[in-house]
Design a binder for this molecule. Sequence first.
Ligand SMILES: NC(=O)c1ccc[n+]([C@@H]2O[C@H](COP(=O)([O-])OP(=O)(O)OC[C@H]3O[C@@H](n4cnc5c(N)ncnc54)[C@H](OP(=O)(O)O)[C@@H]3O)[C@@H](O)[C@H]2O)c1
Length: 328
Amino acid sequence: MSKLVTIFGGSGFVGRYIAQRMAREGWRVRVAVRRPNEALFVKTYGAVGQVEPVFCNIRDDALVAAALAGADAVVNCVGTFDRGGRNSFDAVQVAGAGRIARAAAAAGAAHLVQISAIGADPAGASLYAQTKGAGEAAVLAAFPGAVILRPSVIFGTEDGFFNRFAGMARLGPILPLVGGKTLFQPVYVDDVAAAAVAGALGRAPAGVYELGGPETGSLEDLVHRMLGLIRRRRLVVNLPFALGNVLGTALDFASALTGGLIPNKVLTRDQVTSLRSDNVVSVGARGLSDLGIEPTPMAAILPDYLWRYRPSGQFAAIKESAKNLKKA
Ligand SMILES: NC(=O)c1ccc[n+]([C@@H]2O[C@H](COP(=O)([O-])OP(=O)(O)OC[C@H]3O[C@@H](n4cnc5c(N)ncnc54)[C@H](OP(=O)(O)O)[C@@H]3O)[C@@H](O)[C@H]2O)c1
């Protein structure tokens, strides 16, 4: 019987790349999510029955234990930006992560990979950083041999970073930013997946790895780069943090007023706090190179999915080459 990996959040942006890689390694893959009916696409990653979505909420002991039955390796990709509600930072990123680690140890899994984030620190400024840090501590207390991956912002076809700013650029001539000078080191989603697979297969020594791509840039630089690729000129306005705080608080309040029915997916106050700190790999940290992974440059990937935000979509390249013909 081939080995079994349980991937919590295996239908999400990062989890699906890990599921594909584990299936290619010949493992059976159990994708544990709250909405398995919306995760049926993961079945196509392997042979019939090799990759199976199952119902699980990481807030529930019994569901987590059932999802881990017989698992040889475990990957936890569940994270949140929600401050309150049932799926709050504490419930998901601290209690949920700890629950998975305890259940993985009890089930006798050999390897556990926890996806955290750069800046994770129980004493960090934002609740996101604090709960990612407390989550790491809870994981290590129950499963000391865990591999913890801390990526910078992640890019790839389904990302919530370049896609979000490219979508905003379609709306009008001005593109407002908060934290424009903050540095990021975008890392390709499949490189993060390769690191997670190294951990799940036992090829990565236990401990913390910070994952960044080959290039570092400020948020403003990255947005200008994206604008060049989508062939749109926009006035990029860097808003002061104080104004960002007012906006974040107002949007959080509006979401709370509707009882979370209209979630704040634009900008939370906690995100504004996070944006005050650079999001790059620390000096001396272990990273992709220690796992034998060469980071993929943005230039190799971004044009492949950002073309759809160009004014003439897939026809932009034809139009550009026709213009050159006219000139000739
Ligand atoms: N994306 C980035 O740029 C980035 C950067 C640094 C770190 N990270 C971290 O990387 C991890 C993966 O991020 P992502 O962008 O792939 O997230 P994502 O796309 O939002 O995926 C989240 C996954 O978790 C599942 N999920 C959510 N709540 C759950 C719960 N209570 N119980 C069980 N499953 C649940 C979701 O499926 P259902 O909704 O069906 O449950 C989905 O499969 C997170 O820990 C995130 O903090 C991401």
